[in-house]
Design a protein around this ligand. Structure first.
Ligand code: ZN
Length: 188
């Protein structure tokens, strides 16, 4: 099992090494140690498995789907059933990740075609990067911006933000940094 997550970590690191914006946002952590987490499934896994791509990080994510600790940040009464049926994330590394780190946090996250992720905020600063598909990002005072694979968007501490996944869904690699690293997002 560790090998599957080692492979995912390796492909995520290669992806990180190709994107200067990620490197500028946070260093690759040096304190990573594999932490076996129980597999937990949610609907995102099936959608990811059904989504063909030649991208090596996308494929490494697919390999981990049955073994990953998939999570959702919200309840049905907050975001509705349709959202929860097309959304999920795993913590690749961080305080509660498949690799433990006290200094950094990274997620793999999925939103299905056309899913709107409403305004939310969190104390930690954040950078989204697009692995597959696309998304349109919104934040106060900025024009909405669409990002495709390799594109990045940053959010400040406690800055409200929202996104809408594109017609090919949206698979993201996300980093957090700073105060609130172990925190959770809240709808605005
Ligand atoms: Zn965010």
């Amino acid at each position: 099992m560790k090998k599957i997550f080692d492979d995912l970590l390796c492909e995520a690191h290669r992806f990180y090494d190709r994107l200067p914006a990620l490197q500028a946002f946070a260093p690759w952590p040096q304190d990573l140690r594999y932490d076996p987490l129980p597999p937990v499934q949610n609907p995102a896994g099936g959608h990811i498995l059904a989504w063909h791509s030649d991208d090596p990080l996308h494929q490494a994510i697919q390999q981990t789907v049955p073994h990953a600790n998939w999570r959702q940040s919200y309840r049905q009464d907050e975001v509705g059933t349709h959202f929860l049926n097309h959304y999920g994330w795993l913590e690749l590394y961080g305080p509660h990740g498949h690799f433990h780190s006290d200094t950094a946090r990274a997620y793999i996250a999925y939103w299905g075609k056309g899913i709107f992720y409403p305004r939310h905020r969190h104390e930690a600063e954040e950078i989204y990067s697009v692995v597959s598909g696309s998304a349109c990002f919104e934040a106060d005072g900025r024009a909405p911006v669409e990002k495709v694979p390799g594109g990045t968007v940053t959010h400040l501490s406690n800055e409200p933000h929202a996104l809408t996944a594109g017609n090919d869904a949206f698979l993201a690699f996300i980093l957090w940094r700073g105060a609130g690293l172990g925190g959770v997002p809240a709808l605005d």
